[in-house]
Design a protein around this ligand. Structure first.
Ligand SMILES: Cc1cc2nc3c(=O)[nH]c(=O)nc-3n(C[C@H](O)[C@H](O)[C@H](O)COP(=O)(O)OP(=O)(O)OC[C@H]3O[C@@H](n4cnc5c(N)ncnc54)[C@H](O)[C@@H]3O)c2cc1C
Length: 431
């Protein structure tokens, strides 16, 4: 079986691993147009000087070590009738084809985006170019107050004058206002100037960008980072006659496109919410990895199904760990889902321990008492645990009653007090 995978990001690499594991005899070729495999999530830390580009680039053996072939080239045409992929240099025949082409940053269509020192952040080259430009500038403007924009603004504010412009009246739309407002305050304390509710009108400069204009203000800019969302890379698939939707390449739950033996996984694929069933864009690596496993298994004849995205997300912003999964209260309202909320305020360690810090947890339950969402803010070691626990609970359709019976561990340095587990306490406080 000849398998060709277009894209050497997380989705493409994991698909190749699964296929080689299940069918060592399969002839698997991964075509990637970037010069190296790059851990994108670390890019903000590269700009902040915490990680290096070298450490975030992974060797080709990540693909070849599992027995697949890695070709550095760009796929330019797919013929689904002849079952071929043409790259700039060669034509490959396939029995199964996987689109894992990822996404590209969205650039708001305003004047001045083509000025020098206006960047997006996705590839190793982007990280290198931004890092170089930052050496000659003090004033950074981040456009976009989503998770990546806010994380990057926070990290850069230790060394630069950072401004953040967001067209919505709040940052972090994946969270309810009580959390995003606390992050806004923490960022402001770090010196980040935040302009909310104003779309960017234009960028101006003299070849190089000098100012970002929004809401009648001109914000001084030496470097501009555009973090205004992503668009699925689905052109190649679309041109090959593969169905695409608003958020990317259309697939069924087995990650099959409408064309026989052609699959799509990761950021390039339109996905759907596990909770509402509605089409959506995930844009997260956990969705990409699960879809890759599902596609890899189906390609090898083991039936598997993707059950929808929950988008568990964690980040660290201004030294606060922050996480969410499933629906927020705002989203439940918008979806007209009846809901109940449980909150807890605890410490992340026993109150006897030095350095104990506050931890806020909010849980959302639907009208039947099923947990449908969680948000948490506090200390780094505990927030991902809460988010992953609730992610599984949502998948398992767990109820308030189930979570109240949670059998949890307690330890002075590692958890809140035994009678103050953040999840159980939030369940006890459901209104
Ligand atoms: C700055 C940043 C921080 C992030 N942080 C997080 C995080 O903390 N947590 C999280 O869950 N997610 C995070 N993400 C998102 C995560 O990186 C993506 O969800 C993940 O990379 C998706 O994997 P993918 O393989 O689908 O796409 P990509 O990683 O985009 O890989 C697709 C690859 O296909 C290549 N390609 C496209 N077209 C062709 C072609 N025609 N021929 C050959 N190759 C092609 C692309 O160049 C690319 O290398 C972050 C993203 C960014 C940009």
């Amino acid at each position: 079986m000849k398998v060709v995978i277009i894209g050497a990001g997380a989705a493409g690499i994991v698909t190749s691993h699964v296929i080689k594991q299940l069918r060592p005899d399969a002839d698997v070729t991964v075509i990637g147009r970037e010069k190296s495999i790059f851990i994108r999530c670390s890019a903000p830390y590269v700009l902040a000087g915490i990680d290096s580009i070298g450490k975030c680039k992974k060797p080709d053996s990540m693909v070849t070590g599992a027995g697949a072939r890695l070709v550095q080239d760009e796929a330019v045409a797919v013929d689904v009738k002849k079952r071929t992929v043409r790259t700039k240099n060669k034509t490959f025949r396939y029995d199964r084809l996987v689109f894992a082409t990822g996404a590209s940053p969205f650039m708001p269509p305003v004047p001045g985006m083509d000025l020098k020192n206006v960047f997006t952040l996705r590839t190793a080259d982007d990280a290198r170019n931004v890092s170089a430009a930052l050496k000659a500038s003090r004033d950074v403007v981040v456009i976009g107050g989503g998770m990546i924009g806010v994380e990057t603004a926070s990290l850069l504010s230790d060394r630069f004058n950072v401004s953040l412009v967001e067209m919505l009246p709040y940052i972090l739309p994946g969270f309810d206002r009580e959390f995003s407002e606390r992050v806004r305050e923490a960022l402001a304390k770090k010196g980040v100037r935040i302009l909310l509710g104003k779309p960017v009108d234009k960028l101006t400069g003299d070849g190089k960008v000098r100012a970002v204009h929004a809401g009648g203000k001109a914000i001084k800019a030496g470097v501009v980072l555009v973090s205004a969302g992503i668009r699925a890379e689905h052109d190649l698939a679309g041109k090959s006659g593969i169905r695409t939707g608003k958020f990317g390449i259309g697939t069924d739950r087995m990650m099959r496109t409408n064309v026989k033996d052609v699959y799509a996984v990761g950021d390039c694929a339109e996905t759907f919410s596990m909770l509402t069933g509605k089409p959506m864009q995930s844009g997260l690596v956990n969705t990409a990895v699960i879809q890759a496993k599902v596609a890899g298994m189906n390609i090898c004849g083991i039936e598997a199904s993707f059950e929808g995205a929950l988008n568990p997300t964690v980040t660290e912003i201004a030294r606060h760990a922050l996480g969410c999964v499933g629906l927020t209260e705002d989203q439940a309202k918008a979806e007209k889902i009846k809901y109940m909320v449980g909150r807890s305020e605890t410490l992340d360690k026993y109150d006897t321990q030095p350095g104990a810090r506050p931890l806020t947890t909010k849980l959302l339950f639907d009208g039947d008492g099923r947990v449908v969402g969680a948000q948490a803010m506090g200390s780094g070691h505990i927030v991902p645990g809460i988010i992953n626990l609730i992610s599984l609970a949502i998948q398992q359709k767990s109820t308030l009653g189930d979570l109240l019976k949670l059998n949890y561990a307690a330890h002075p340095e590692l958890t809140p007090l035994p009678f103050a587990d953040p999840v159980v306490l939030a369940c006890e406080n459901v209104r």
